[in-house]
Unconditional design. Structure first.
Length: 152
């Protein structure tokens, strides 16, 4: 199995667990005299089995990520950490741009006028640069995931 396939499967299992959780919640109590649509015990067994499968898959994915060299410079885990930090930084810069952009509709001279304390253009360029770096690294990681076999 390729790493990308394992990541898709992990997502599917997570969704299945959430659906089972919702079904369990829906059947956790009923009106006296009614019969539950599904037995909570059966749903719990399904959840436990799916959780075990989920844990096993996560361990294999993490092992693969940490043991696999990415572009001969770092591990795949390192590249994932770099990608996470790029999107975090991009979000910070974009948020700063949004907060610093001044749009005013003054109706009288007594209204308060706001001014930006940062260079919005320069900050936006930095956000765009980080977004590009993120897209490029993410594309490389996605490609790599389809070429990498999942560790056993």
């Amino acid at each position: 199995m390729k790493l990308a396939e394992a990541l898709i499967l992990r997502s599917d299992i997570k969704k299945r667990i959430e659906q089972l959780r919702q079904r369990l919640t829906n059947n956790a109590k009923i009106q006296e005299g009614d019969v539950a649509a599904e037995k909570p015990e059966d749903l719990l067994k399904e959840i436990e089995a799916a959780a075990g499968e989920f844990e096993s898959l996560i361990k294999k994915i993490n092992r693969t990520n940490s043991e696999t060299a990415f572009e001969n410079e770092r591990s795949l885990t390192d590249a994932l950490a770099e990608r996470d930090v790029l999107i975090l930084r991009k979000g910070l810069y974009s948020g700063l741009v949004n907060a610093a952009t001044v749009t005013q509709q003054l109706y009288s001279r007594s209204e308060i006028k706001f001014v930006s304390t940062v260079n919005v253009g320069k900050t936006q360029k930095q956000a765009d640069k980080l977004a590009k770096q993120y897209r490029e690294l993410d594309a490389k990681i996605q490609e790599f995931n389809w070429k990498t076999d999942l560790a056993g």
